[in-house]
Every structure is written in structure tokens, then in C-alpha cells.
Design a protein around this ligand. Structure first.
Ligand code: FHN
Length: 701
């Protein structure tokens, strides 16, 4: 029996103890400060490079679509592409002040500009680049787009970010070559390319362009973090620009997520930003008929903000460095709406932050808590006025201090009616108000006393899972509401025999046995919102392994494409057919449960099994977060605690185990099928906040 089979056979397949699946990529140890970013909510993305000069055409043929992908669409020889376009890059019309004022007009608080896109052209004079600004007539004029833009942003108080593509179709040290690129790969040194990326980031972030607030990576999909050298690149970037926000496109999770040309149906667990084209292309396109209407863009902004996200809306300057008139018109139209309604976007939070729905039949909800914490404002973004003329907010329990339409003192003098109907708050719009077809987004501001103002699905003070001994379980009770709770699995009802009513006088219930807890919110005697239902399990700590010393070792398995689709340590991981050769198996040095950042680590088709003894510092319930791309599993003392198996992108799954202080056997199985690879194991327990399981817990000095 091969080593892999023996490894697999050694696992006692216990049932999962308790685990919750999340789609959260791991957090950095010291999360950066998103305050200014959330306050801004809205930014301008600028795609500008040699492709703007070509405007989607090559040798007289317009190829359309994403024009910054012209080289790829046209299967153009990268050397010929540069030879043709470098001498033509002379955007004398570029006016950084005009660009920044257009962004500011639209109500945008930051700008992210492409410094190098996949074409490989560096929009600045670099000491190490086969294609940069110094090779263009524009530089001969003494012009520097990034310097000019940085100065204009500084003058106008607009934050600045740099986009940088890890993918490079032109640099002869970048692999893989494009299929149509006839240049030989002989002598190519990818490490030289990685070093060039580091040089570029030193030049971009080293101070010549002032404070840079965002590093927006892209094009990371052809290599893993090791090949890119991403951990070192980002560590250096953060040294150069303290407080830098880094996105999730460096083959590492970074600080925030970046859905592209799409808006998530629900809030994402981490800070997130939708980037969106204004028309059909990131780079300049002459096809102005594809621009999205202003009403659509404004409603996207409200939709994204209601889900606690940011909106990065793109413009593509043309070959002369100018924004086209339609783009300027859209920015002005959005600005007109923001003039009246900016307070419902800038500095607001998504409805989910007060556990209220973001999406309603009439539109979206954004919220702003007052500085003193006792009250605040709800912003009802009315896209579609109901036939009834009534805007209903279910569960609006708080006292309402005032209702108004933003930007309009009153509607022809008529007040905006507000009533409380059962558990709902109801805003009555005057008859002539708000023609659905033309209004972008009419915002009704509801000022409330007490926070959170909306009673929805009750939120427990402790997540469901294991507990030891006894547990005092509380619920957030929105002012003006109550929470009905049962712990025997029965339906919580007003006056129910086993129903506890939480509110002013009582805020929690004691649990001393495994309990099925159900809870509902009640406002003015009416049950409202979704039900909370989950199980709290009384657990006895697993005993420590007497006499065992903390240690960790790992086995690397290198296989053929398709070899691994399950984590090692499971029977499913074993080679599935005789035709699949047994993987190469060897021991590797590790100090904790993480992927070594070493050049010998394969990029794809490999698995790693970690085995050892972990020293648990205190007795109690320990929560583990296992995050990986692709699959992974965690066993403690031979029992399955986290199952995050299967091919997938970066995904986090939580599990719990009751552990006595001391030594416990630990096994983690991980596999990488293809694409990015990442693995992290975090824990939290009595006296320990959530953090990566340290090497010291495995006996490292
Ligand atoms: O390939 C690029 C594309 O050209 C554009 O830059 C977008 C913007 O997010 N990013 C990549 C596609 O995901």
C-alpha cells in the first residue's frame, strides 16, 4: 500500500462536530482602516494605455468589445503592437484637473487608474520596463499622466489608487506566452519578471506620486502567489504606503473583494467593491451607443450602498486623453442626483449592518447611525412607487422623529404622511409624487430615535454551536420591540407556556442542556421578521493527550492534472483509478499549517497533509476557521472538525471542538487542483481572540 493509502487509512472518520460554511476569504492579521473608503462609497476607475490610441481597431478593422484586450482579440504580435502604438501615444489633450473635477462633480471620493495593463505599457517612466512612458512623444513633452493626476487629486482632496496588472502580454520574461507569440521562451526567467514587478511597485508607491491609498491588482489568474511573489510584493507595498488598501487580485485574499460588472444579491462578508464599465468596454471605445442610462447607474449606486459595498465606475479616456462627451454627461447626471441625495450614500452603511433587509419591492435601504449612537436616519431609495402610494418598512419599531424627501422641502407644501400599522412603518406619498419612469431614485429620509430601529430576525449574542457547563444566551432587542424565545424547539408565541419575552426587563435566557433555540421579533404585539432557529450543544472537553509534545510535519503529494479533487486524509483522496499514477510523495519542512512560500511548491495538482500535536492553551470551546483554495479538512483527536473539501475558490468554513488544555492530535488535509492556491488555519477560544494558529502552538521556538 502506497504512503498515500496508508495516510488515508489512518484517519478515524468522525462526524463533523459543528461547523458553519462561509464564503469569506481570510483576513489579514491587522485589517486596514476602511473608514475613508466607506465614507466615499463611490469612485472612478480609469482605464488608459496604448489601447486608447488604437480605440479598438487594428489595421483598419474595428474589433469591438473590451478595447484594452485588442492585442489578444486581434492575436497581434506583442512586439509589433508596441512598435505601432508607442510612437503614437501623445495625448496632448489630457487634463488631469478636468478629469478630477468630473469625478468630484459626480460625487466620487477616489480614483483608481491603470498604471500598467495586460498590454505591458507602463504609464510612467520606469527604470526597468520594455515599454514605458519614456518611449513615447508624450514624455518628450515633459508630461507625466500619473504625476499630473496625483497633483490634481491632492488639490481636490480626492484619494488615489493604482491598478497594476500582474499579467503581461509583452514582457519577454512573462510566461506563458500568448499562443500566437512566436518569440522563443528559451532563457526566460520568470523570477526576473517578478523582480521587475517589485521594481515597478517601488517606483509607483515609493513617493514620487505622493500618498497612494489603494493598490488594485489584476490579471493574477495565470500563476499562484508563489510565482508572483505576492506575499513579498504586498508586504513591501504596505511598508511603502502605510494604510494601503489592497484588493483580492494578487492570488491572495487581500483586504477586500471585487465583483466585476455585477452586483451581489446580498451583502458580502468582507468589504467589497463592484467595478463596472459605463459602456461595453473598460478601455476607450468609439461605440457610445452602449452607455448605460444615468437612471441605471444611480440605482446601481444605491443598490450597492444598500448592501454595504462600494461602486467603482469606469471611464476610458481616448487617445488624446479626453473623456468622451457621453461619459461626461453621465457623470454630470449622476452628480445632479448626488447634489440632492449624497447624504443617502456617502458615509452610510448597508441595511444589513442593522440586520434589516437591503432589498424591498419599492427599492433599497441605506442607514446612518447618529454620532451619539442613539438614533439616526433610514434612507428609503424609492425606485418603483407602489400603486398604493405607500412605502412599507416592516418591523420599524423605533420612534420616528421626522419624514422628508431629500432635496425637496415638501411636495408642493404637502407633508409626507407617516403611520405605524401593526409592526410596519408606512410612508404615504402624495398622489402627484414620483413618476416611476423618469425618477432616478427618490430618497425618503426617516429620522428615528433609538438604534437599531428595525426589528427583524433576532440576532443571538453567541453564535450557535457548542457550549460548556452553562450559557447565558441573549438577543439584540431593537428599541420599541420584544423578542420571543423558546429553548425546547417549540414555536415562540406571545403568551406561550415555554416562551420567554426579552425586552426592557429581561435580555437573556440560561441554557444548561443541549437546546433547540427559536426566536421571533414582536413590534406592537405583532410578530415580524424571519425566525431565528439553531441548536446550542452542551459539550464535554476532549481530554489532552498525556505526555505528547507539540510538533508538526507535512507530506507533499505531487500528482498529474486531475489527480486531486479531495483533501488527503480522506478515502476519497486516494487515486481513483489504476490509470492514474501514484503521486510523488515526500516529507517537507513546515512550522505551522500553511503553504510554504517556496519555489519548489507546485502551482497545481498537489496535496499536502499536515500531522502533529497542537498545544491548546486553555480548556473550553475552541472555534476553528479553515480557509482554502481548493479543498481542505481538519481533524482534532481523529474527529472531523471542519469539512471544507472539494474543488472551490477561496472559502472559509468554521467548526468547533471542546478541548481540555494541553496536547491534542491534529491533522489537516489540503489539495490544489488548479488556479490560485491558499490555506490558512485560525482559531479562537477562552482568552484567545481569532488569530492564525501560531507556530508556537506546534512547538516552534
Ligand atoms: O482583463 C481585465 C480587464 O481588461 C479589466 O481591466 C477588468 C477590470 O476589473 N479586469 C480584468 C478582467 O477581470
Amino acid at each position: 500500500m502506497g504512503l498515500l493509502h496508508s495516510l488515508v487509512a489512518g484517519i478515524a472518520m468522525g462526524s463533523p462536530i459543528a461547523q458553519v460554511q462561509g464564503d469569506v476569504a481570510p483576513r489579514d492579521v491587522t485589517p486596514p482602516d476602511f473608514t475613508w473608503w466607506r465614507e466615499a462609497r463611490f469612485g472612478m476607475f480609469i482605464h488608459w494605455g496604448l489601447y486608447a490610441e488604437a480605440a479598438g481597431s487594428w489595421r483598419g478593422r474595428f474589433l469591438g468589445g473590451w478595447t484594452e484586450w485588442l492585442l489578444s482579440k486581434g492575436k497581434i504580435d506583442p512586439v509589433e503592437y508596441q512598435r505601432e502604438l508607442l510612437p503614437r501615444f501623445d495625448p496632448a489633450g489630457f487634463d488631469a484637473d478636468a478629469v478630477v473635477s468630473a469625478a468630484k462633480r459626480a460625487g466620487m471620493g477616489y480614483i483608481v487608474i491603470t498604471t500598467k495593463h495586460h498590454e505591458g505599457f507602463c504609464l510612467w517612466d520606469s527604470a526597468d520596463s520594455p515599454s514605458d512612458l519614456a518611449m513615447t512623444p508624450f514624455a518628450v513633452r515633459g508630461r507625466s499622466p500619473l504625476r499630473e493626476l496625483a497633483d490634481a487629486c491632492q488639490r481636490e482632496g480626492i484619494r488615489l489608487g493604482f491598478y497594476y496588472s500582474l499579467l503581461d502580454w509583452h514582457d519577454s520574461d512573462y510566461l506563458p506566452r500568448r499562443a500566437w507569440d512566436a518569440r522563443s521562451s528559451a532563457g526566460v526567467d520568470y523570477a526576473r519578471y517578478s523582480q521587475r514587478m517589485r521594481t515597478h511597485l517601488e517606483e509607483l508607491l515609493g513617493g514620487q506620486f505622493g500618498n497612494i491609498d489603494i493598490l488594485w491588482g489584476d490579471g493574477d489568474w495565470e500563476h499562484g502567489p508563489q510565482a508572483h511573489g505576492s506575499p513579498e510584493l504586498l508586504a513591501r507595498a504596505r511598508e511603502l504606503q502605510p494604510g494601503l488598501l489592497v484588493n483580492n487580485r494578487w492570488s491572495l485574499p487581500g483586504d477586500y473583494d471585487t465583483p466585476e460588472n455585477t452586483i451581489p444579491d446580498a451583502p458580502l462578508p468582507r468589504p467589497w467593491e463592484t467595478c463596472m464599465t459605463m459602456n461595453e468596454s473598460w478601455g476607450y471605445t468609439p461605440r457610445v451607443e452602449t452607455y448605460k442610462p444615468a437612471v441605471e447607474l444611480v440605482r446601481m449606486l444605491a443598490d450597492i450602498a444598500s448592501k454595504d459595498g462600494n461602486f467603482l465606475l469606469n471611464v476610458g479616456p481616448d487617445g488624446d486623453g479626453r473623456l468622451d462627451p457621453v461619459a461626461l454627461e453621465r457623470l454630470d447626471q449622476i452628480g445632479g442626483w448626488m447634489d440632492l441625495n449624497a447624504e443617502s450614500i456617502r458615509g452610510t452603511r448597508g441595511a444589513g449592518t442593522i440586520h434589516a433587509p437591503a432589498v424591498y419591492s419599492w427599492g433599497r435601504l441605506t442607514v446612518r447611525q447618529s454620532p451619539d449612537g442613539d438614533g439616526g436616519s433610514l434612507y428609503l431609495h424609492v425606485f418603483e412607487k407602489p400603486e398604493s402610494g405607500e412605502i412599507v418598512v416592516p418591523g420599524l419599531a423605533a420612534e420616528v422623529r421626522g419624514v422628508s424627501v431629500l432635496g425637496l422641502a415638501g411636495i408642493g407644501g404637502e407633508p409626507i404622511g407617516f403611520t405605524q400599522r401593526g409592526s410596519d412603518g408606512v410612508v404615504a406619498l402624495p398622489a402627484g409624487m414620483h413618476n416611476n419612469a423618469t425618477s432616478m431614485d427618490m430618497v425618503i429620509k426617516v429620522e428615528v430615535a433609538g438604534w437599531p430601529p428595525i426589528a427583524g430576525e433576532p440576532r443571538p449574542s453567541v453564535d450557535a454551536g457548542l457550549f460548556e457547563g452553562s450559557l447565558v444566551l441573549g438577543f439584540d432587542v431593537a428599541p420599541g420591540s420584544e423578542v420571543l424565545v423558546t429553548a425546547d424547539g417549540s414555536e415562540p408565541r406571545v403568551g406561550g407556556l415555554t416562551t420567554h419575552t426579552l425586552g426592557e426587563s429581561q435580555q437573556s435566557i440560561p441554557l444548561t442542556v443541549t437546546s433547540r433555540v427559536r426566536a421571533r421579533s414582536v413590534v406592537r404585539g405583532v410578530v415580524t421578521g424571519e425566525e431565528f432557529a439553531d441548536t446550542y450543544t452542551l459539550a464535554t472537553p476532549w481530554p489532552a493527550v498525556a505526555g505528547a509534545s507539540p510538533r508538526i510535519q507535512a507530506t507533499l503529494m505531487e500528482g498529474a492534472p486531475g489527480q486531486f479533487s479531495h483533501a488527503p486524509g480522506t478515502l476519497a483522496c486516494a487515486p481513483t483509478s489504476a490509470s492514474m499514477p501514484a503521486p510523488l510523495v515526500r516529507a517537507i519542512d513546515v512550522h505551522d499549517v500553511s503553504l510554504p512560500i517556496e519555489s519548489w511548491l507546485p502551482e497545481d495538482n498537489f496535496a499536502v497533509q499536515f500531522d502533529g500535536i497542537v498545544d491548546v492553551p486553555a480548556t473550553g470551546i475552541w472555534t476553528f476557521w479553515l480557509t482554502s483554495d481548493d479543498g481542505s479538512m481538519l481533524w482534532i483527536d481523529g474527529k472531523l472538525v471542519v469539512d471544507n473539501d472539494g474543488p472551490h475558490g477561496a472559502k472559509e468554513v468554521r467548526g468547533q471542538a471542546p478541548l481540555a488544555a494541553g496536547a491534542h492530535a491534529i491533522r489537516v488535509g489540503f489539495f490544489e487542483g488548479g488556479g490560485a492556491a491558499m490555506l490558512s488555519l485560525e482559531w479562537a477560544g477562552p482568552g484567545s481572540d481569532r488569530a492564525t494558529v501560531p507556530a508556537a502552538a506546534f512547538g516552534a521556538p
